[in-house]
Write a protein that binds this ligand. Structure first.
Ligand code: PLZ
Length: 448
């Protein structure tokens, strides 16, 4: 992108095999002190990061196709964000908005009211993590409706706290032996075009879900439906068109709060400000985090004023929620996103990557599906000529990419999805180099 400048050279450059000796040393120190339950998919320790590169402690420059799981969309050291953070920490790092408030929080709420879908009156609450936003969206929906049941979906991911574990579908590694889980969560079928029966439309898939909700719970007992408009950890599953609008219409008719979890899809990632924009979905409440603040921990719920304002004074909050440094970073991040038209940049990345992946799919028989939108793309790897997931091949491809200096994340209920979430500021040459490495890794793994 011509209007962006970078602090670090935007080049893949390896000076040691990966992980290098200093990373290995840190891994040894870490094993002695960091709990084993915390994983790292890439055992390479970061020293610096900018634009589309991560430089490790051994001096290797890697291509980042993960953005720290869809967070550093404007880059991991965006100069405008860094400056806003510096400016804010020079004044105050914290006061607690529940004690002595400050303008940054109000400013972020104003921004989110303007940016999120729908022109109805909205209210916002700020938190620290995506899971916390999801928890609070459910709290608001239950209080506002006086109902208990919450509908979540197959392949869903909503977090690791007790309520959000219950909402998350996948047992390993997120839930295994961590129960008992929060009650009154009901799991319903998702629209998953690659794995649904041929020809099942979005509307039909939604009817299948709605009929199960009505039979198993009853529409008048449901407080909320929570859904990722494109599922993230579950495999970048894009529901068939018509699925989301049909569900939303049913929710509206039944007084059910429709919560869109846009923690991963939000903030220009999919080529729109939000994935909901694509089918003009106007959620009652939207949950946000990740890309909102250029890497600083910030999360939010924005929703209908009549729902949010039902909550009694003092009912929502938290010590750090809407921390002033994170708010300053968010304001700068959103300005950067507008100034450089990040939604357009995401669409451009999507076009470039889809063309490359499509060419590859014509050559090899292990790519079952290419899907996603904008800067959120995935390929589902299968055993040749079938739809049978191939998680081993997926691991091999990710390992090969890493060995070549390209950071690739995997995901999916079956562990067979390679996902691309590059920083939206990545330059075309670097992205092309990363995609070439990925293509070569898939070619060689498919032949082996
Ligand atoms: N909702 C849609 O994608 C976080 C989690 C990775 P937190 N996704 C990455 C991991 O293994 O922990 C996520 C999400 C959606 C909620 C969350 C939770 O956001 O900020 O991680 O709490």
């Amino acid at each position: 992108m011509t209007d962006l400048t970078y602090r670090l050279p935007q080049k893949r450059h390896l000076v040691t095999p990966l992980p290098g000796p200093r990373s290995q040393e840190l891994t040894t120190r870490r094993r002695a002190t960091v709990a084993a339950g915390v994983g790292s998919s890439v055992p390479v320790y970061t020293a610096d990061a900018d634009g589309g590169v991560i430089v490790d402690v051994d001096g290797n420059s890697l291509i980042d196709l993960g953005s720290g799981i869809a967070v550093t969309s404007v880059g991991a050291s965006n100069s405008a964000v860094a400056e806003a953070v510096r400016e804010q920490v020079g004044h105050f790092t914290h006061t607690c908005f529940m004690v002595t408030p400050y303008e940054g929080y109000v400013r972020v709420a104003e921004e989110l009211a303007a940016l999120t879908p729908g022109d109805h009156e909205k209210r916002t609450v700020l938190f620290n993590s995506g899971a916390e936003a999801v928890e609070n969206a459910v709290k608001v929906a239950r209080l506002a409706t006086g109902r208990n049941a919450v509908v979540a979906f197959d392949h869903a991911y909503h977090g690791r706290t007790n309520l959000t574990m219950a909402l998350t579908a996948k047992n390993m590694p997120y839930k295994h032996n961590f129960g008992p889980f929060a009650p009154e969560i009901y799991r319903m079928p998702m629209s998953y075009p690659f794995r649904d029966a041929d020809g099942l439309t979005g509307e039909q898939a939604a009817q299948r879900t709605i009929s199960q909700i009505e039979k198993q719970i009853g529409g008048d007992a449901v407080a909320a439906i929570i859904i990722e408009p494109i599922q993230g950890e579950g495999g970048f599953i894009v529901p068939a068109r018509g699925f989301l609008p049909t569900l939303q219409a049913w929710a509206n008719e039944n007084g059910v709060v429709f919560i869109a979890d846009e923690v991963q899809t939000g903030f220009a990632r999919t080529g729109d400000w939000f994935a909901c924009n694509d089918e003009d979905i106007v959620p009652d409440i939207i949950t946000m985090a990740k890309g909102i603040a250029g890497g600083m921990p910030l999360a939010a719920i924005t929703g209908r004023a009549d729902l949010l304002d039902k909550v009694h004074a003092g009912g929502l909050g938290g010590t750090y929620g809407g921390n002033p440094v994170a708010c300053a970073a968010a304001v700068a991040t959103l300005e950067e996103m507008r100034a450089h038209d990040m939604p357009a940049r995401a669409r451009h990345i999507g076009d470039l990557a889809t063309t490359a992946l499509q060419t590859l799919a014509d050559e090899v028989d292990v790519i079952g599906d290419i899907r996603g939108r904008g800067g959120m793309l995935a390929i589902e790897l299968v055993r040749p000529g079938t739809t049978e997931p191939d998680p081993e091949l997926t691991k091999k491809v990710a390992a090969q990419c890493l060995a070549e200096g390209v950071i690739i994340l995997t995901c999916g209920t079956y562990g067979n999805v390679i996902r691309l979430l590059p920083p939206l500021v990545i330059d075309d040459d670097l992205l092309t180099d990363g995609l070439d490495v990925l293509a070569a890794a898939i070619r060689s793994a498919a032949q082996a």
